[in-house]
Design a protein around this ligand. Structure first.
Ligand SMILES: Cc1cc2nc3c(=O)[nH]c(=O)nc-3n(C[C@H](O)[C@H](O)[C@H](O)COP(=O)(O)O)c2cc1C
Length: 136
C-alpha cells in the first residue's frame, strides 16, 4: 500500500502527531507545501481548528489534490475545544471527489495553557497505533 503523510501546523502539535503517524507507516511527515505527486492509496492529512475552521491553506491543499492520485484521505489532528475537523475536510474532499476514510484520529491539543503538553506521549502512541490499523 502506498502512503503519504502531510500536515499543517501553527504551533507544532500537528507536526508531532504527523511524525508519529509517519514513523508508524514508514513514510515521511511533510508539510502541505509539498505537493502529492506520486499516486497513493492513503493520504494521512494532519490539520486542526483555528478560529472555528480549518486553515485556508488546508482547504486549498485539499482542493489542489488530483483524485486520480489519491485513493482516500485519512484525517488526523488535535484541537483545544472542538472535536474534529472531519466535516470541514470532507466538504473539501467531496468537491474534488476523493473519499474520506470514516476513521480518524483526534486528541486534545495545547492552546494558551489549556491541555498542557497535549498531544502527550500517550496521544502520540495512540496516533501511531491508529495509523498502523489503517494500513494493515
Ligand atoms: C490561532 C489559533 C486559533 C485557534 N482556534 C481554535 C478553535 O477555534 N477551536 C479549537 O478547538 N481550538 C482552536 N485552537 C487550538 C488548536 O486547534 C490546537 O492548539 C491545536 O493543537 C493546534 O495545532 P498546531 O499546533 O498543529 O497548530 C486555535 C489555535 C490557534 C493557534
Amino acid at each position: 500500500m502506498k502512503v503519504a503523510v502531510r500536515y499543517y501546523t501553527k504551533t507544532g502539535n500537528t507536526r508531532r502527531l504527523a511524525e508519529a503517524v509517519a514513523e508508524a507507516v514508514g513514510a515521511k511527515a511533510l508539510p502541505i507545501s509539498t505537493p502529492v505527486t506520486e499516486p497513493v492509496d492513503v493520504l494521512f492529512l494532519g490539520n486542526s481548528y483555528y478560529a472555528f475552521s480549518i486553515d485556508p491553506e488546508v482547504r486549498d491543499f485539499v482542493r489542489s489534490l488530483d483524485k486520480s492520485k489519491v485513493g482516500r484521505i485519512v484525517n488526523f489532528g488535535s484541537a483545544a475545544m472542538l472535536n474534529s475537523t472531519y466535516k470541514k475536510v470532507k466538504a473539501e474532499a467531496d468537491r474534488v471527489g476523493i473519499p474520506m476514510d470514516e476513521r480518524e484520529f483526534h486528541c486534545k491539543g495545547e492552546f494558551k495553557g489549556i491541555h498542557k503538553g497535549r498531544p502527550n506521549e500517550e496521544d502520540l502512541q495512540a496516533a501511531a497505533e491508529f495509523a498502523r490499523n489503517i494500513i494493515k
